[in-house]
Design a binder for this molecule. Structure first.
Ligand SMILES: [Zn+2]
Length: 224
């Protein structure tokens, strides 16, 4: 039985967007850790106070004394790892200063990869969730035994998945990147809400027009 303390959260107010509440100017680019709170409503208060461009939670699991006892296993598929037949690789796009942009073909390729990866992982794991990350997709694994996988086991899993042809961000699976986007938070760089997506709806899922992903502040002014 995994003894679980509190979840740690983190926010970045305006590192990339340069949009932040004026009074927090000094900390606008800092990763702010939220680990002292009495309940989730207090976490929400922090989020509405900081109005961050990005909110994360820490996949590490800690016990009551803040000792790390495990980590949630996750996989990250996003357009950065995909070579587009028209726009090329991330390096090609960076040369044109389009490193953050991605097209419909890339989105479809990412969706297909996420769906196939989910099916592949289903042979090993039984409790998983797909989350639209604002760009690509995260697959979270909640099977209890995975939390205590060693670093070596995680590296093996990542390697095997890559050998199967999946283009994942390895450092998410190996655990080197412990922060992952908080579902239902805003991805401020693309102005989309991070939401869970059922496997069955993945194929027709359209984050550009899906109302669940469109923040209220955009209202009807959504243009593309
Ligand atoms: Zn493209």
């Amino acid at each position: 039985m995994l003894l679980r303390g509190k979840v740690t959260f983190a926010v970045i107010m305006g590192r990339h967007t340069k949009i932040y509440p004026e009074k927090y100017k000094e900390d606008a680019s800092t990763t702010i850790i939220i680990d002292e709170y009495t309940g989730l409503s207090e976490v929400r208060d922090y989020l509405t106070e900081f109005l961050p461009e990005a909110a994360y939670y820490d996949r590490n699991v800690y016990d009551e004394t803040s000792r790390k006892t495990g980590q949630e296993l996750a996989f990250d598929v996003d357009p950065e790892n995909i070579a587009c037949p028209i726009h090329g690789t991330l390096a090609d796009k960076m040369r044109r200063h389009q490193g953050l942009s991605f097209c419909k073909i890339e989105l479809n390729m990412v969706k297909e990869q996420a769906a196939r990866l989910y099916e592949h992982l289903e042979t090993q794991f039984s409790n998983m969730k797909i989350v639209y990350s604002g760009r690509g997709f995260h697959i979270h694994v909640f099977d209890p035994e995975t939390y205590t996988f060693s670093q070596k086991e995680r590296q093996q899993i990542a390697r095997k998945v890559k050998e199967k042809g999946f283009q994942i961000d390895e450092w998410v699976t190996t655990g080197d990147m412990r922060l992952i986007r908080l579902p239902y938070s805003l991805h401020g760089l693309v102005s989309r809400i991070v939401i869970p997506v059922e496997k069955g709806e993945l194929e027709r899922f359209d984050p550009i027009h899906d109302e669940r992903c469109i923040p209220k502040f955009l209202g009807s002014r959504v243009t593309f």
